[in-house]
Design a protein around this ligand. Sequence first.
Ligand SMILES: Cc1cc2nc3c(=O)[nH]c(=O)nc-3n(C[C@H](O)[C@H](O)[C@H](O)COP(=O)(O)OP(=O)(O)OC[C@H]3O[C@@H](n4cnc5c(N)ncnc54)[C@H](O)[C@@H]3O)c2cc1C
Length: 287
Amino acid sequence: MRDFTYICPETIDEVCQLLSEQENAFLIAGGQSLLPLLRLRAADLSCLIDINGLKNANYITFENQQVKVGPTARHAEVAESETVKNHCLVLSQVAAHIGDVQVRNRGTICGSVANADPAGDPPVLSALLDVEIQATSVRGETIYSGSDFFQGFYATNLEEDEFITEVRFPEISSPTGVGYEKWEPSEGAYPVATVGALITLEGDLISQAKIVTGAIEPGPTFSEDAATILIGQKPTTELITEAAISVGENSDPIEDAEGSILFKQELMKTLSKRAITTAVDCAQGGA
Ligand SMILES: Cc1cc2nc3c(=O)[nH]c(=O)nc-3n(C[C@H](O)[C@H](O)[C@H](O)COP(=O)(O)OP(=O)(O)OC[C@H]3O[C@@H](n4cnc5c(N)ncnc54)[C@H](O)[C@@H]3O)c2cc1C
């Protein structure tokens, strides 16, 4: 491995300064995605900025109807947090099923959002819930919206001198509900297909519907046709089935060793039906 400088700053200002000055600088948070890259010598690295020594960066708080997750909060901490369970249960459920115990004990939500792995769970949830992504640089703070932050294969709107200092998830409660489903070939492996559904009810009709798919395409993808099928209708089993079929048939999966296009489209139909059904149940006040 080629030589590089290792720096472990204690403040956000120091990180910003380093990012503005150093060429080929990489942050390391949990290292669960970056370290495999470094081992493969696939990253042109000259400076490694370890943010694990940042003061006051490992937090999960609830304020202004938002669950705020700091840059070194681990998946396991998010999964177990009572704050998250009380205000955004789906985030806890998603974090609890990321990778295996080791991945969850080191990996971070902010790192995962920044990394924009097509198979990552936090990017799909962030797009679905339209989270606020706070990025900081020497130029100040920018808030990106989760619904248009992801720009395809490992690409986001984040500028080179910015880093994510907080992700803010909205409080989710009835009459809004969220369902999230994924399929992984084995326990602890990256998912092959993921889908999140958000439903809001007004009386017994669906007033808001969002469906986002992940892992099968280069980034989180909104299923607009399926949402159109749902909005303004009663959430019957027939309607949910019709919307789920639409998600699968209008998806454009990448064919690879994990499965054919047809297999992934069928997977999407099944996962979408489950996710929409859960979202409707939660919107109606169910668990
Ligand atoms: C075996 C295995 C299975 C996995 N399974 C899943 C899974 O099922 N679902 C899933 O979602 N993920 C999965 N992951 C990935 C895991 O969730 C990682 O936590 C995540 O990809 C990145 O988080 P990290 O903190 O480890 O980031 P790192 O590896 O430290 O960094 C990843 C990238 O993000 C950048 N970065 C890190 N933090 C920030 C920040 N605050 N601001 C800007 N840039 C930043 C780094 O510079 C780097 O480019 C798996 C990983 C492994 C090894």
